[in-house]
Design a protein around this ligand. Structure first.
Ligand SMILES: *Cc1c(COP(=O)(O)O)cnc(C)c1O
Length: 371
């Protein structure tokens, strides 16, 4: 049964187009389309075939169930884990999922080496080098340890990677420093790595802003979904948002000046107003933090959210719309209507978040309609 009060639409065609554009920027490098967290909320199962058709060499995931979803679809694509796994995950992967594992510690390398040797089946791994992200992996200074890992039996080193901390920032000095450190180490390991090893550093922001010619692979998430990759740098205009969210007007009421609206009475009408209620709230993934801050589109006009966003109801001020607003009228929460557009980034900026958080919540809490 379909939901009638909210429509979360995802365009597989736009997703494919974005991937094709990105492949043009990076050619001849390979692309890992990052689809962790249920494809950033857009639906892994529905979009994985599109990614492969559009030329994804790899799909990037975090969990085994994500990999199983891809394998169950029978897709001809490599799978890369974007964090280090646990022994239980490794075992399952080796038996049935064939995930290329990220390795960032000697302990994990030893574990996989033993597992690969025991089965006489080398485990494909990517060495994760921390050049400044500060979360995980080998420090670039641990060169002797890394060399030791390169010499372990039972491992097939298919990649060496690092991850940027500030590729989306205003200036790229730190990113350039990370690149230098990484390639310095990469050079020093030349005799220890297979000739065909994949070298990969770039996420979406770096792919859009910097040349990727030293990379034989890029790992791109956000840009494939058409969301902003940097607050300080515009995406190429051909990258379009893949998701849109609409709802309908549930009721319109005349509210006299001086009345309060919603939980906590956080908004007081300053004039005789027309207030519309919408049948969505944070239970549908519309961020609660948008109280008195959000904007929606009705009849092509931008209307402010007034008062608290409740679990399943949000109120907006439609006083300034010249035409009559009626029960059932279309409301765009994210997307375009008439000449106006609201993008995920605009809403995210209003509460110091990132667009992906809104994609995720909307995708997880509602049925998605694929077009
Ligand atoms: C999530 C992730 C990416 C993708 O980042 P985007 O900014 O969405 O492109 C790339 N690499 C790693 C290691 C990741 O975890």
């Amino acid at each position: 049964m379909s939901q009638h009060h909210i429509e979360v639409k995802v365009s597989a065609q736009t997703f494919a187009d974005n991937i094709l554009h990105i492949r043009e920027y990076i050619s001849p490098s390979q692309i890992c389309v990052v689809m962790k967290a249920n494809a950033y909320g857009h639906g892994l199962k529905a979009l994985a075939p599109t990614a492969v058709k559009a030329g994804a060499n790899y799909i990037g995931i975090c969990t085994n169930p994500e990999a199983a979803t891809i394998r169950d679809l029978g897709l001809d694509v490599k799978i890369m884990r974007l964090r280090m796994g646990f022994p239980e995950e490794f075992e399952e992967s080796i038996d049935s999922l064939d995930i290329e594992e990220q390795v960032g510690s000697l302990e994990a390398a030893d574990y996989l080496s033993a597992a690969g040797s025991k089965r006489n089946q080398p485990i494909p791994v990517h060495l994760n080098i921390d050049t400044g992200m500060g979360r995980s992996g080998f420090f670039s200074s641990q060169i002797e340890t890394i060399k030791q890992v390169c010499c372990l039996p039972g491992l097939n080193i298919v990649g060496i990677m690092t991850h940027f901390a500030t590729a989306d920032g205003k200036e790229l000095t730190f990113t350039q420093k990370q690149i230098e450190d990484f390639y310095c180490l990469r050079q020093a390991l030349n005799n220890y790595l297979p000739d065909k090893v994949l070298t990969h550093t770039h996420n979406s922001a770096a792919t859009v802003r910097l040349t990727s010619k030293c990379n034989s692979l890029v790992r791109v998430g956000a840009a494939c979904y058409g969301v902003r990759t940097s607050q300080d740098f515009a995406n190429p205009p051909e990258l379009k948002p893949v998701m849109s969210i609409k709802t309908k007007v549930a009721q319109v009421r005349k509210v006299a000046a001086g009345k309060t609206i919603g939980y906590g009475s956080l908004f007081t009408t300053k004039r005789d107003s027309l207030i519309a209620s919408l049948p969505v709230g944070f239970g549908e993934g519309y961020p609660r933090a948008l109280f008195n801050k959000g904007i929606v589109l009705i009849n092509g006009y931008r209307c402010p959210v007034v008062g608290r966003v409740s679990l399943n109801i949000t109120t907006v001020d439609v006083t300034d719309i010249p035409e009559e607003v009626k029960w059932g009228d279309e409301v765009v929460l994210v997307g375009s209507q008439g000449k106006e557009e609201i993008i995920f980034e605009e809403l995210a900026d209003k509460f110091q978040s990132v667009h992906t958080e809104i994609n995720l919540m909307a995708g997880f809490m509602n049925q998605i309609t694929y077009i």
